[in-house]
Design a binder for this molecule. Sequence first.
Ligand code: BYC
Length: 324
Amino acid sequence: MDAEAAARAYGPAFDAAVAADERIEPRDWMPDAYRATLVRQIAQHAHSEIIGMQPEANWITRAPSLRRKAILMAKVQDEAGHGLYLYSAAETLGASRDDLLDKLHSGRQRYSSIFNYPTLTWADVGAIGWLVDGAAITNQVPLCRCSYGPYARAMVRVCKEESFHQRQGYELLLELSRGTEAQHAMAQDAVDRWWWPSLMMFGPPDDESAHSAQSMEWKIKRHSNDELRQRFVDICVPQAEALGLTLPDPDLKWNEEQGRWDFGAIDWDEFKAVLKGDGPCNEQRLTQRRTAHEEGAWVREAAAAHAARKQARTATEREGAMAR
Ligand code: BYC
């Protein structure tokens, strides 16, 4: 059956399943563009998880106590796990992991803009946990209801772990904020630097978001970029107050009528520059990723050889059992 005939035959069942909030599963028929959108988003998400390990890993050797080091190592390891669930989810759509990694390494696929900023002090680990993981949760909780089953299910576990990450960042910042004057200043400086890039994580404003309308129609996205950004600001303002820190936005103002916090203009030129590759750390992140990939080649080869041997052994055992 050609693609047009398949769309005529199976399209109505797909549309009905999406409308009824049912899950689309890997073997179900789906429009090519739905598949391509999912691969694009899931790949970008997976790449963000593994590139996102770098800024925090930068502080593992310099964590101020054994407890903080153990927590940070566990968190960075969790991010690698999230990358694995997400690459697996992309594979259920027919994408090849090698191909996706190749596209990341050659700059043909993106990762989140946020990871192109440097982690200059220990307080940045707290600011990433509170703000970056906080933004990630705000964006990803609705993805647990995404219409594509494997992505939605991966998000359930990811969100549970992200909640833990967010709390460790908040607790770290709280301790610094209540510490010495220098510690408080370090926490404030980190929040000042991470606030605006965290707001950019939600993507361009709705009227410039190329994919939102279609992705919302397909129930891949449940809310628009601006809706989620506003939700995040509303969550953060009282949390900043509880932390004893300020947010670097003189235009933040409670809007009684709308029941939300109005905030100042985001520098979209900076966002575009980071997406184009001109952020402070774009080059460093990709170079380090390519090096890690090359240096890890022997692990992948060993794992593949082990899997092949195990498979061959299982096949021989099965044949033996059938012959008996
Ligand atoms: N950075 O039409 P739009 C984490 C691109 S990992 C870079 O609104 P869409 C964590 C977008 O791809 C956090 N690019 O797109 C890990 C598109 O470009 P292309 C990652 C961005 O897809 C470790 C163009 O701009 N989270 O939390 O409808 C440690 C137009 O945008 C960004 C996810 O990936 C950006 N910020 O909506 C700690 C969540 N924003 O592809 C924490 C899953 C937009 O046409 N992804 N672009 O060339 C999503 O929810 C959606 O993909 C987005 C964008 C909301 C990000």
